[in-house]
Design a protein around this ligand. Structure first.
Ligand code: PLP
Length: 406
């Protein structure tokens, strides 16, 4: 090992925002080429605007949010989160159990840092939102990937989870609604996961940042609501539901039987106070935003942008010979499957590079989400329908005669 690097292996993490495909896209952009970025769930560049009222509230609060706040966050924000958690039936959360963060991202990293010793294992879905694997790895732990099954709407394969539990397993990550598949998990699957967590004494890490972006009249169930006797940490934020990813505002709530995790919670408190606090002007948006769901609901209702774009992308993808996709029920991602035999694909990163160079469309390959077989890629369907249609046509044209070189 070299002196100036950690001993953990940091390759193959966070490929939606870094890695060789991203590097090539950046070189092309530097040469003046225009790239259609379907690789990152950032609504603002695609014309999604935050509600004006939220911007006014934050600007109005700039002068009284100049100082550090309590390291967990301002009381009005945490009270609003507590109320929201109550609405989701998340049990036993006081404002002392709530921590605001500079996005959910910061809190994911912090909660892994506070828990893991070298060799500890955390069950993480495959495909995953890669920050989870990166955070487990950086904290010295081992991410053990459990399969989400495309044949069953991308729901977690509970038998696979069970097979992968060992005496070193400390917790399980459940991303629901899911990035990258867009799946929304039914209550019975969540109950089965809770049963396993109960049997093996696991903490549940519930990433629910897309819980307000659910389509088709479906209802999101918070897994913490099914686990009052376990320790559960639920993550949420405003980046996606309120289209303010750049303001960096998220939170986590520790629920259930916290008496089992006193030492861990002390560690979380310490880490939280070490970063002093999260962005205070952005915290001032939490209470009003959680009272202001109308715009979000419109986006995912029939006729709303996210809903219409989902319909559009699913039709476009399923119309391409050799490609298929499970219709997502939430968020703004889908995870299409490629017929690897037809296209001779043996390297999905190579596939993403080939599409980028030839068609100037940037996707993240399935491997970037810790999906082992080279047969998937993720599409972020945030662009307007006209742009999506062009991208769909372009991909169809590309695949019409694509055979990956041996
Ligand atoms: N969790 C999931 C599943 C995500 O998809 C994302 C962002 O794409 C995050 C967490 C991070 O969100 P934030 O902007 O709150 O850091």
């Amino acid at each position: 090992m070299r002196k100036f690097e950690k001993s953990v292996k940091l390759n193959n993490v966070c490929y939606d925002i870094r890695g060789p495909v991203m590097d090539e896209a950046n070189r092309m952009i530097a040469r003046g080429e225009e790239i259609l970025k379907l690789n990152i769930g950032n609504p603002a560049p695609f014309g999604f605007r935050a509600p004006d009222s939220l911007i006014e509230i934050m600007s109005g609060n700039l002068t009284n949010t100049e100082g550090y706040s309590d390291s967990k966050g301002i009381v009005s924000a945490r009270e609003a989160i507590k109320k929201y958690d109550e609405k989701k039936n998340i049990p036993n959360v006081t404002i002392d159990d709530i921590y605001t963060g500079n996005g959910v991202s910061e809190l994911i990293t912090l909660s892994m840092q506070g828990l893991l010793d070298y060799g500890d294992e955390i069950l993480v879905p495959s495909p995953d939102y890669p920050l989870w694997t990166a955070s487990v790895t950086l904290a010295g732990g081992t991410a053990v990937h459990y399969i989400c099954d495309e044949e069953s709407n991308w729901y977690p394969d509970v038998k696979d989870i069970e097979r992968k539990i060992t005496p070193r397993t400390k917790g399980i990550v459940v991303i629901n609604p899911n990035n990258p598949t867009g799946a929304l998990y039914p209550k019975d699957i969540l109950e089965e996961i809770v049963k396993l967590a109960r049997m093996h004494d696991l903490i549940i890490f519930a990433d629910e940042i897309y819980d307000r972006l659910v389509m088709d009249g479906k209802k999101h169930t918070s897994i913490a609501s099914l686990a009052p006797d376990l320790v559960c940490i639920t993550y949420n934020g405003l980046s996606k539901s309120h289209l303010i990813a750049g303001y960096r505002v998220g939170w986590m709530s520790i629920s259930g039987d916290k008496s089992q995790a006193k030492g861990y919670i002390e560690g979380i408190k310490l880490l939280s106070s070490m970063r002093l606090c999260s962005n205070v002007p952005a915290q001032s948006l939490i209470a009003p935003a959680l009272e202001m769901m109308g715009e979000t609901e419109k986006l995912v209702a029939p006729g709303g942008r996210v809903y219409q774009q989902r319909e559009c992308i699913v039709n476009l993808i399923n119309d391409i010979p050799g490609v298929s996709v499970v219709k997502p029920e939430a968020a703004f991602y889908c995870f299409p499957k490629l017929d690897v035999k037809k296209f001779n694909i043996h390297d999905d990163e190579r596939f993403a590079l080939d599409v980028l160079r030839k068609k100037k469309i940037l996707f993240t390959h399935g491997g970037g989400f810790h999906w082992e077989t080279p047969d998937h890629f993720r599409i972020v369907y945030l662009p307007e329908m006209e742009v999506l249609k062009k991208a769909g046509e372009s991909l169809k044209e590309f695949l019409a005669d694509y055979k990956q070189a041996d």
